[in-house]
Design a protein around this ligand. Structure first.
Ligand code: ZN
Length: 220
């Protein structure tokens, strides 16, 4: 096992350069007051008994829902294994459940991610792929962006021959408000390298994914 230093450093620079500008975090007291304001906006009294502990619980929930801002996705993938004994087939992790929040309504997005890559010579511990999903899910998201972020990070840090990421998820901003379409799920995919260029690799991936979840993805 070794840490691939120079490659990882340049990948880290690229991905960090894309990060949003850091924001000033409000104090905990300001966050609590913001929740009280929203309770009043909803039409209730934040001082009544049933609600008095709610701001504290909401603020602690936010720390959990959005813990991904404090984690570095590149550092997560930097420990790679190079002794693969020539293994050059698809590595795939299916059905990684995630919970995220849409950046338009701060409503839950709940679904599954399927990740595959074709290693060139480096592989990463499989649990790291699940952790990578967590880092991006625990932020304010849109599904298309999260799909691209997961694929791009794997591509830039591991530099495999190809990466494929498929996300299928239900958006509660759509099921509990607005058009109220319960049961609809959104599917997004990002294919890079051989998964984009080689139809047979793509087919192999989609047949493994499609078998478990019963959908197909177009060649976009
Ligand atoms: Zn939304």
């Amino acid at each position: 096992m070794s840490v691939a230093e120079p490659l990882a450093r340049s990948a880290a620079r690229k991905i960090r350069a894309k990060r949003p500008v850091p924001v000033r975090r409000p104090s905990r007291e300001e966050a609590l007051e913001a929740v009280r304001t929203l309770i009043r906006w909803a039409g209730d009294d934040p001082e009544r008994e049933g609600l008095v502990g709610t701001p504290d619980r909401v603020v602690r929930s936010y720390a959990e829902f959005f813990s991904g801002y404090d984690e570095d996705p590149v550092a997560l993938l930097q420990r790679t294994f190079e002794e693969t004994d020539g293994y050059d087939e698809i590595v795939m992790l299916k059905d990684i459940r995630f919970e995220s929040h849409c950046e338009h309504h701060i409503a839950p997005i709940i679904g599954h991610v399927h990740i595959a890559y074709l290693p060139s010579n480096r592989v990463v511990g499989i649990s790291k792929l699940a952790r990578l999903v967590e880092v991006y899910a625990k932020r304010l998201q849109i599904q298309e962006k999260m799909t691209a972020q997961i694929a791009n990070t794997i591509d830039e840090v591991l530099q495999p021959k190809g990466v494929a990421v498929v996300i299928e998820a239900a958006h509660q901003c759509m099921t509990t408000r607005g058009v109220h379409k319960a049961g609809a799920s959104m599917v997004t995919s990002r294919m890079l390298g051989t998964f984009r260029d080689d139809p047979s690799t793509r087919r192999e991936f989609l047949s493994i994914v499609g078998h478990s979840s019963g959908f197909s993805v177009s060649n976009s």
